[in-house]
Design a protein around this ligand. Structure first.
Ligand code: SAM
Length: 230
């Protein structure tokens, strides 16, 4: 019963020994990966008691107690150096929260685990965090699930500094390199919405010039990406 969104997140996870799913709720994702032997062990982290209990129930129901632990705590605070986590997943949270959790937990990233991240919004904030912390985006995808476009990425620590252009930060370096059908669909949809907002601003009584200029820049940026097939 994994959603299309979580199945796509699962596909970004490399085979690994120990995975941490932070903000796991029902622990559906690590359970799925354990059952398929993509990972050997998992930690499901939760900051709230209700979701933690959801995870514990799922672990018991599926008989995964020997290979998965549910732990209560804020972000990466649930991890210890002895866990030797290879992969950290954060899915279904805002990009600001994901970035804040990574910043607060930086000490837990000393062995440079692979990061698999699915921000619901503010993907650019996550990409900026990755660049600033020398993580390179190695895979990215978009899926449409129940009328929503979800972006997700795998990032790996890079031995050399990482650079992304402003366009790559906003649209995703791997997504731009592909520009597949779902990418086109997402950004055509966003273009229409931005154009509507722009015309509403232009026709409003106050005509806020700063907001109009910002929305014009956004419309132009999306048009450039959609029309440039290079
Ligand atoms: N990861 C699952 C998914 O993608 O379907 C569940 C997503 S759910 C919308 C977000 C979960 O993150 C909630 O269960 C919430 O309690 C948890 N959460 C929010 N802030 C957190 C934090 N600082 N540390 C750990 N978990 C957190």
């Amino acid at each position: 019963h994994l959603s299309k969104r979580l199945r796509a997140v699962a596909e970004l996870v490399p085979p690994s020994r120990q995975l941490a799913d932070i903000g796991s709720d029902h622990a559906y994702l690590p359970a799925y990966l354990l059952q398929r032997h993509v990972i050997q062990a998992a930690i499901a982290g939760e900051v709230r008691l209700g979701p933690l209990q959801n995870a514990q129930k799922e672990i018991t129901k599926l008989g995964l107690a020997t290979v998965m632990q549910a732990r209560l705590g804020d972000g990466l605070a649930v991890l210890n150096p002895t866990d030797q986590v290879d992969v950290i997943v954060m899915a279904g949270m805002g990009g600001e929260l994901i970035s804040d959790i990574l910043t607060a937990g930086q000490a837990k990233l000393a062995n440079h685990p692979v990061l698999v991240l699915q921000p619901n919004v503010d993907e650019n904030t996550v990409r900026r965090w990755l660049v600033a912390h020398q993580y390179q985006i190695s895979a990215e995808c978009i899926v449409e699930d129940s009328g929503h476009f979800y972006e997700m990425m795998r990032a790996e620590f890079s031995p050399t500094p990482v650079r992304l252009s402003e366009t790559e930060i906003n649209f995703g370096p791997q997504l731009l390199a592909q520009k597949d059908a779902i990418f086109q669909k997402k950004w055509r949809d966003r273009l229409q919405k931005s154009q509507l907002i722009l015309s509403n601003l232009e026709n409003s009584a106050s005509q806020p010039q700063d907001k109009i200029a910002a929305m014009q820049r956004r419309v132009t940026a999306i048009q450039e990406v959609l029309h440039d097939n290079g």
